[in-house]
Structures are given as C-alpha cells and as structure tokens.
Design a protein around this ligand. Structure first.
Ligand code: NAP
Length: 313
C-alpha cells in the first residue's frame, strides 16, 4: 500500500489505517486473542501499517489483545505505527462517578502509561485526545504532552472529534510551550457523514498540515457490500441513493462498493486516512484495494451528489 506522512512529522503511514475498536468484543480473553490475531495479521499482510486504538475500546480489552499479538510476533512492532487515545472516563470508574471527559495532566499521563503496558510497547507513535473535554485547559494539556514526549513515551500527538476552533486553541499553546504541533485530527467522515467537508475541519487540516483520520469511513458497515441494513428514518433515502450510485460505479470498474467508498475519501487533497474497522480478513483485503482506485473529478462529484441527496447550488 502507498504511504502518506502524518502531519509535519517524520512518521509515514499506509494510506488506509486499521481501527481496533471491534477487536475484542468477547468476555473471554482467548476468543478475543483469536479475533485480534486473525484481523491484525490480515491487515499487516494487506499493507496496513497504522493501527488505531483507544483505552476505552472494548473496556481496554482491545489494547490488551493487540498487545498480546505484538508479544507473539516480536518483529511486528518495528513495522507498525501504534496510535491510541485517552480522555474518556467511563461511569462507575471509580464507583459513583459519572461518564465524563478528563484532560487533566494527571489523567493523560496515567492513561498513556496504562496503554503502554497493555499494548506491550515502550512508545506510542500517535497519542490522541479522544473527545473534547468541556473543562479543557490547553496549558495543562501542554504540560502533560511535554512530559510524555520528554520521557520517550510518545512520539507525536493528535486530537479527535475537535472543532477547528478547539484545534486552533490547542495548537497555538503547543507551539508556544512545546514547539511540537499536533499531527492529526480524527473525525467521522464518509459518504454518509459529510460535515468535515463543510465545517472547516478539512480546510484547517490543509492550512495547518494536519492529517485527517476518518473514523467509520464505511458508516460502521452501512456502506459495506453485504453490510448492515440502513436504519429507518430521514437519512435512509440518502443512504439508499449513495449505495445505488456506488454499486453502479463499482460494477463498471469491477471493484467492491466498500473499496470505492474508501477511494472517494482518498481522493481529497487533505490526504484523508480512512480507518477501517472490519475484523473479517476478506473485507480487510478488499478495503486495501481502495489504494489502487483512481477517481476522476466527475466520478467524485457523482458520488457527492448521491450522498447529498440534493443538487449543489
Ligand atoms: P467501518 O469500517 O465504517 O465499519 C466497520 C464495520 O462495518 C464492522 O462492524 C464490519 O463488520 C462492518 N462491515 C459490513 N460490511 C462491511 C464491508 N463490506 N467491508 C467492511 N466492513 C463491513 O469503521 P468502524 O469500525 O465504525 O470504525 C473504524 C475505526 O474508527 C475504529 O476501529 C476506531 O479506530 C475508529 N473510531 C474512532 C472514533 C472516535 O471517536 N475517534 C469513533 C468510532 C470509531 P465485519 O467486522 O463483520 O466485517
């Protein structure tokens, strides 16, 4: 698979990333390890080099299962970039506490150390703030990031689900205090979720040279071949339209619907990295084929029209 740089850093990732959110759904450690081993090794073979985690995925079991796969395959770590996230705190942890976000320096540093232990890694390549903390203090985030970078625990930092204004605030402080800019903003982008194209997220990524990482690029399976049935409601009609347009174009080109939907994201000049989430080896391989699909401007706009469900002005 072709490579692309992460922001202004020296890190280079495969054009598509593999997301580990669904790696460990079972309560049994052995079942999770089997799922994780099969999916991760299939993704590596298909050319994925960036693996995206969060401490909260499967209540920390996703990081643990992935860490076990790394332990079983000691040569793998050097070939991969390991990304994870922190900042979401579950309800009842500790007992009585509400679901909340926490960007206190203490929580950021402790989360990173716990993730390192679960992932069997000495260093995290990309450490991201998962969802904006309503009490976010950019100075405190910078203190935590400086400490993690200085101690060699983290190479690069990113954010997720941040508005352009929130990215601007953190970036300004990091450049002042750490001289190390953010390299990424991870947001939901797909043919079923177009907000990033119009809310300045992708414009800002190009202005600041941040890499947009697209989560749920197949809308959690709604856009996948043989994927989940569309939920009823307002969006169902638009989704049916975009699936019909994808299927028509996919048949002409002899590619899968999923690969085409991913290639649509790859075409954008902001150099979007879609993070795919299938645990099925055939679907993982099929997704990697997006790297070889070139869309014309006309085809790109054809799919945009279908996704919007209404003409452009
Ligand atoms: P996705 O690739 O849009 O959806 C994957 C889901 O679609 C899987 O359940 C998969 O099932 C199903 N699917 C059905 N048909 C498929 C097909 N033909 N090809 C591929 N998948 C098909 O992505 P996602 O799992 O929702 O999210 C991907 C990653 O984004 C996560 O792992 C995580 O790293 C990241 N994420 C981040 C945030 C955030 O807030 N930052 C939020 C959500 C996700 P099978 O496994 O059976 O194939």
């Amino acid at each position: 698979m072709q490579k692309t740089p992460l922001g202004e850093s020296k890190l280079s990732s495969s054009r598509l990333a593999y997301g580990c959110w669904r790696l460990a759904p079972a309560s049994e450690v052995r079942t999770n390890l089997e799922t994780a081993r099969t999916a991760v090794l299939a993704a590596v073979e298909a050319g994925f080099t960036l693996f995206d985690h969060a401490d909260v995925y499967c209540h920390t079991r996703a990081e643990s299962a992935f860490g076990e796969v790394l332990r079983e395959n000691p040569k793998l770590r050097k070939k991969l970039l390991v990304a994870t996230k922190c900042g979401i705190r579950q309800a009842e942890e500790p007992p009585g506490a509400p679901h909340r976000y926490d960007f206190s320096a203490e929580h950021i540093i402790r989360s990173c150390e716990n993730s390192l232990r679960r992932l069997h890694c000495e260093e995290i390549d990309l450490f991201q703030l998962h969802r904006p903390d309503w009490l976010m203090d950019a100075d405190e985030v910078a203190i935590a990031f400086a400490s993690l970078h200085k101690s060699g625990k983290v190479r690069e930092f990113g954010v997720s689900n941040f508005s352009p204004a929130q990215v601007g605030m953190i970036q300004r402080t990091l450049l002042k205090k750490l001289e190390q800019p953010l390299v990424s903003n991870q947001v939901e982008i797909s043919l079923a979720k177009l907000d990033a194209f119009t809310d300045a997220t992708l414009d800002q990524c190009q202005t600041l040279n941040l890499t947009p990482l697209a989560w749920s690029p197949l809308a959690g399976g709604l856009l996948g071949d043989g994927g989940k049935a569309s939920p009823p409601g307002e969006k169902a009609g638009r989704l049916a339209g975009v699936i019909a347009a994808l299927d028509a174009m996919a048949a002409e080109r002899n590619v899968t619907r999923a690969a085409l939907a991913l290639a649509w994201l790859l075409k954008h000049p902001a150099k979007i990295i879609p993070i795919i989430g299938s645990t099925n080896p055939d679907r993982i391989r099929a997704a990697a084929a997006a790297d070889k699909i070139e869309l014309s401007r006309e085809d790109w706009y054809r799919l945009l029209h279908a996704a919007r469900g209404e003409p452009l002005p």
